[in-house]
Design a binder for this molecule. Structure first.
Ligand SMILES: [Zn+2]
Ligand SMILES: [Zn+2]
Length: 134
């Protein structure tokens, strides 16, 4: 069974995903820029019940913005770990930046490309592009 391990920068939070991702996408929205410190987030979509927290559950914080989905980060180091409404939603996003296991699946879609910043260049990688979401 495919299983990916992941962690935050300080190592307090460790988790695994016990099924392959349903899809992988790069989000260029303004919220993802704010939480990532870069051009956005790249996430795998997984069934929430396949995401298992192995350690550090007590340092996880979930932020629910006025608009959009809840985002979860490590309150010790600030690493962004989950989105898409985790842990309440049926499916959730797992930030690929947190995955430590070998992982070579490229994003199949770039979403929220309407929010691509002037200082950002979209890669010419053949992935489908969506103004908002797929
Ligand atoms: Zn941490
Ligand atoms: Zn986003």
């Amino acid at each position: 069974m495919a299983s990916f391990q992941g962690s935050c920068l300080c190592g307090a939070v460790r988790f695994e995903v016990t099924e392959p991702f349903v899809s992988v996408s790069a989000c260029h929205c303004t919220s993802c820029k704010k939480i990532s410190g870069g051009t956005g987030t790249v996430s795998g979509r997984a069934r929430t019940e396949t995401i298992r927290i192995l350690s550090g559950e007590e340092v996880l914080r979930t932020y629910q913005p006025a608009e959009g989905m809840a985002k979860t980060f490590c309150s010790s180091c600030g690493s962004n770990l989950f989105g898409g409404g985790w842990p309440e939603s049926e499916h959730a996003s797992v930030r690929l930046s947190a995955i430590d296991s070998p992982f070579d699946t490229k994003p199949q879609a770039h979403i929220y490309v309407r929010s691509v910043a002037p200082w950002e260049t979209l890669p010419d990688d053949g992935a489908e592009r969506f103004d908002v979401r797929s």
